[in-house]
Ligand binder design. Sequence first.
Ligand code: PHE
Length: 348
Amino acid sequence: MELKEKISELTEAINTATIGNKEEQERFRIQFLGSKGAVKSLYELLKSVPNESKKEFGQLINDVRTKAEEKLQQAEEKFDNTLSSADTNLDLTRPGEALEIGARHPLSLVKNEILEIFKRIGYTVSEGPEIEDDWHNFSALNFPPDHPARDMQDTFFITKGDGTDPKSEMALRTHTSSVQVRVMESTQPPIRTVSPGRVYRNEAISARAHCFFHQVEGLYIDTDVSFADLKQTLLYFAQEFFGENATIRMRPSYFPFTEPSAEVDVSCTLCSGKGCNVCKYTGWLEIMGCGMVDPNVLEASGIDSKKYSGFAFGMGIERITQLKYRVTDLRLYSENDIRFLSQFKSAH
Ligand code: PHE
């Protein structure tokens, strides 16, 4: 057959070819433009054309190829973004797939619950810096200069002070009592505030200790605040958090910033006081420290200790969370293991 005829035949075939879907599009590509396709074989035939006609025929074959390429491109634009027949087996009655939602961290859940309980009786929430000066973390809280809690073993010091101004020495706060000093410095009583936040202590990391943990501390200052007010407030908290059957007891203790001071135990949430291995058969679980604010602390922050008195308390959120969710290894709280964290999804 004449090359000319072959060219017009192929042009005709390209023009009349129908491409109705992706499969046909691919078949078209292979048939006309593939490495063994029709256009390619025309170029093969070009070799036997006399030299003086090569240009003319070469041009004709180029035109055919362009035609085929254009047609293929149109098909690509049409079908590449649409579904192939295999994809069109859509089942529109199939239920949607639920999005994986995140879960709040157990420490946040418990922190929020504690804050809500105190907000209900008129407490505000106050926060302060994690990098704190010696004044707010220690000196204003009546820590004597040589108190062991300032020791390198407990505190992560950042800058050494000049030896005279306690505000020149910086450290990671060891408790959120520092925030309460800041509140007392900037507000006059009545003060009712709870201070949540992360605190740091230089301890070896184990199941029972960590170099950082979280606290909620509380402060109440007004005229005629008594130890009875403190006890009733903490009983209210214990019953709101652990259930109406919870009871508390107080044991004498020592903190530089409170006098008198006490440790607070709550009746064991597992055995209701009968004795089990969680409460080590005592029936009681230690949950916080508390006491009446030492007059020195009030005076250091500019509050008249003759006119006002107050109480303070502080609890570790990890400890309370441990009692609520029975998580016994402190390290789990900061390892970010999704298997641990996703267990709290239903706890919202
Ligand atoms: N600040 C104490 C601590 O970190 C807790 C506490 C707060 C004790 C207020 C008594 C009064 O251990």
